[in-house]
Design a protein around this ligand. Structure first.
Ligand SMILES: [Zn+2]
Ligand SMILES: [Zn+2]
Length: 311
């Protein structure tokens, strides 16, 4: 009987009680690996010290929000997932399999959810209805000064961490998703508009976002004090230099969609690429530094593994 149960569970046909797993993937948009390493995000660092970590994981070419998050959620390089255009148009939906599609195909009973700080990520989330509960910025909110966050941030269809953390905790409490993706926009936003990367404003907002992440971690630890069925993965889509990333100068540069690898030709900035990757949960304990090279494209396989699936 046990063999049959194990077999059915491994095929995703049933989920045995012992196989209950929960994975929360947190992306801090624009967070350089060095910011965590230097101690500007104490909660993320504390999770790293309990789990496995590297502060030198690799983003993708181009190191921009949509291409990089598409790689994080599909395991494919930008030239293969084709989500290279970095602006939201509401039409260019992702055409390849995401981790959400994968988990729902393996076990339709798994509950998936996403809470994001940038509307443009809806390009990646919206395929096939494989995200059960999603929360994105609402366009109509953008000029409402009574809401938290700057008007400029609203005009770019971003929303601040205060709203993301509110929705993320609500989602955990009311839906208890098996897989939850949480995205914070603020650190990237501060880099572009207020002072640049690895500068004062970013440290401050890094702390705010880090505090919000601390709230998510303690909520998950309350649900699962021994962290036997919960995995937290914290990473970023890219870092940055000056006041931008992936291009030279503020918001400049054109992406050659057929040859994205040419974008940074002659102006490679390692600060754009080196990101944190922290994993804490079953199989990821002890404060161990990951010695091998890690890439954003490794993340779907890491998530699948925690559910007992092979990506
Ligand atoms: Zn980004
Ligand atoms: Zn950016």
């Amino acid at each position: 009987m046990r063999i049959i149960v194990t077999l059915l569970a491994s095929l995703g046909i049933i989920t045995s009680a012992a196989a209950k797993q929960r994975v929360v993937l947190i992306s801090v948009d624009g967070l350089m690996g060095t910011l965590v390493e230097k101690g500007y995000t104490p909660n993320i660092k504390a999770v790293a010290e309990k789990g496995n970590y590297t502060f030198q994981a690799n983003s993708v070419l181009p190191p921009k929000t949509i291409p990089a998050h598409a790689s994080m959620l599909t395991g494919l390089k930008p030239q293969d997932h084709k989500m290279i255009n970095n602006s939201y148009n509401g039409k260019s939906k992702i055409a390849v399999k995401t981790i959400f599609d994968f988990l729902k195909a393996k076990n339709p009973r798994l509950i998936t959810a996403a809470v994001v700080g940038k509307l443009k990520l809806a390009n990646i989330l919206s395929k096939n209805g494989s995200v059960d509960h999603s929360s994105t910025p609402i366009k109509e909110d953008k000029y409402n000064p009574k809401k938290w966050g700057s008007i400029l941030m609203r005009m770019a269809n971003y929303r601040p961490y205060q709203e993301v953390i509110k929705d993320a905790t609500l989602t955990i409490k009311s839906h208890d998703p098996d897989f939850l993706f949480v995205h914070f926009a603020d650190v990237d936003w501060m880099g572009h508009w207020y002072g640049g990367w690895d500068k004062y404003h970013q440290y401050i907002y890094g702390l705010f976002v880090d505090h919000a992440i601390g709230q998510i971690v303690s909520l998950l630890e309350q649900k699962d004090p021994k962290m036997l069925e919960t995995t937290i993965i914290i990473t970023a889509d890219h870092g940055g230099h000056g006041s931008d990333h992936g291009v030279e100068g503020l918001h400049g540069g054109k992406i050659n969609t057929s040859r994205p690898e040419l974008l940074n030709y002659g102006m490679f900035h390692p600060e754009d690429y080196l990101i944190p990757l922290v994993a804490y949960g079953p199989g990821y304990v002890g404060g161990t530094k990951i010695k091998s090279q890690k890439f954003l494209t490794d993340i779907p396989a890491m998530i699948a593994k925690q559910f007992g699936f092979t990506w």
